[in-house]
Design a protein around this ligand. Sequence first.
Ligand SMILES: C[S@@+](CC[C@H](N)C(=O)[O-])C[C@H]1O[C@@H](n2cnc3c(N)ncnc32)[C@H](O)[C@@H]1O
Length: 331
Amino acid sequence: MPSPGLNLTSDYYTGAHPSLLWEMTICQSLGDGTGTFAKALERPEAYGTLIAEFLSREASLPLKCGEIIEIGGGYGTLMAALLKVLKPRQITMVDISPTLLQKQQKHLTQYPISFHCEDIFSWLPTLKRPVDILILNEIIGDFPTITEISRGCLQACLLKPQTEPKSARLPSALSNRELLYEAARLVSTYNLNLDDLPETFNLNYGALLFIEHLAKTKVARAFISEHGCDTILPYPFSLYPLIQPAGNLNPRRIQLKDHNEYNIRFDHLKQVATALNFKVKRFHLMDLLKVRFDDEINYLLTSKRAINEEQEILLEFYEHIAEYQGILLEQ
Ligand SMILES: C[S@@+](CC[C@H](N)C(=O)[O-])C[C@H]1O[C@@H](n2cnc3c(N)ncnc32)[C@H](O)[C@@H]1O
């Protein structure tokens, strides 16, 4: 019988050379809103600007709010563009990577920001003050994922639950057996559906644990986006069979340079958040970006044949955003 494991990316990000070049996050691809990728948008803009507008519109975030916190802000690109629209009184960046935090500091020199080099799982339980919004963009796929859980072993744990939850300890400090009990705890507490999963499956443990920690804070809203494994394409994206996401509900390993991430089962996130009394709104990245669907794009997505480098880039970008979705939580 396979034994469970834990996928971690912390060594990679705290190491000497973490880089976002290999994964081309949506945020980095759109940059300041002027490159080739931005030609996919009806109204080319930096990603952070579009998020700011989305948050005002969909989460009633005031332009002059109290505090905004970004977790895992990478190179600081999102925050730089967001602050051109929103004018919070206080801004905080939290990141596990000292190298990336330094890049953020260089990118955001003109703003009075406090920077914290911390792992979210030890830092969030210490956050006691009210915060208007927490932003987590393309980071929850980096959070610890319990891999290769066998249904048989999980059933055995469900029959013999542990008295003490282990959620107060860092995921990396848990033994394989404790991880299995943690998986069983989440499945039974939130009634997570496993029927549609194979005999051995993966669970977005860190992402679910993050929501449990969040429910104990005074954070009013959270914006979370990531590659999803249960993404349904909205119209007119839905018209293109060649770019439909795989639709496999078992979180998939995404191999990157020197580390692996997992895509996210957002329906599980929603189930946990709803049970913890959050108001939950799921969205597809297309709702936020408003991508272009004219004759050129129609041909490209129907044929999947690019005739020049720019189309090559655009096609890759559309395929990339196809599986990308998000969730807005309010409490
Ligand atoms: C894939 S990058 C995304 C960067 C940026 N948000 C973007 O969209 O381009 C993941 C970011 O999350 C940070 N990170 C990963 N795990 C973390 C953790 N447990 N606590 C805090 N930051 C973390 C990384 O250092 C990095 O800045």
